[in-house]
Design a protein around this ligand. Sequence first.
Ligand SMILES: Cc1cc2nc3c(=O)[nH]c(=O)nc-3n(C[C@H](O)[C@H](O)[C@H](O)COP(=O)(O)O)c2cc1C
Length: 201
Amino acid sequence: MNVLIIYCHPSKKSYTHQILQQLKKVLKNESIKFEISDLYEMNFQTEMTEQEYMREGLLNLDLPIPEDVQKEQEKIENADCIIFLYPVWWSDCPAKLKGWFDRVYTVGYAYGYDKAEKENKKMKTVKYGISLCTAGHPNMFLDEIGIAESMRNIMIDDRLGQRFSNKELIILGGTLDRKKVEKDHSKIVKSIPKRIKKYCA
Ligand SMILES: Cc1cc2nc3c(=O)[nH]c(=O)nc-3n(C[C@H](O)[C@H](O)[C@H](O)COP(=O)(O)O)c2cc1C
């Protein structure tokens, strides 16, 4: 069972980094293998170049898929479960993670199979995907104002979509008052190995 963590936060002093440390610990305790794409640490390029656009937007499929993108696609192919861990910024993921989707989800691999399927290997169906995000606002407020639903529509229904057989959005909300929520968040993180085993066994 292999887990890929796509981690996106610029600071090791952050609460989101604390959650990453907890997650690593609980996975290790359950002997679940994992690898991490730490997008800031890797300095992952998230802006699409003009050449990439020519391939993705204008379907010039002879153009090469950049090496850093190929590496991320290989990690996806090795994964049974992918966890996207990030802070909610302006009601979505940080731009760096959005750019990961822009570049790594190439045509013929993650979408547009009909036109491009002959020349490209199609992305596997990943057994389980979790969008695990920390948020300043409490979950109840994000539900009330419709933002939780919009995040679910975009991250789960669209970005993970049919590429994942099981998927869920877990919002670790209320981080503006951390003391109040830390314990509950830890409990949720501790429950993750059980969920992974359920869907990836
Ligand atoms: C640029 C920026 C935008 C943010 N936008 C939101 C938001 O739209 N909704 C929300 O609930 N919290 C928002 N927050 C709060 C973060 O989600 C919160 O700080 C984070 O989840 C936990 O803190 P960390 O940065 O220490 O990991 C924002 C924070 C920053 C820095």
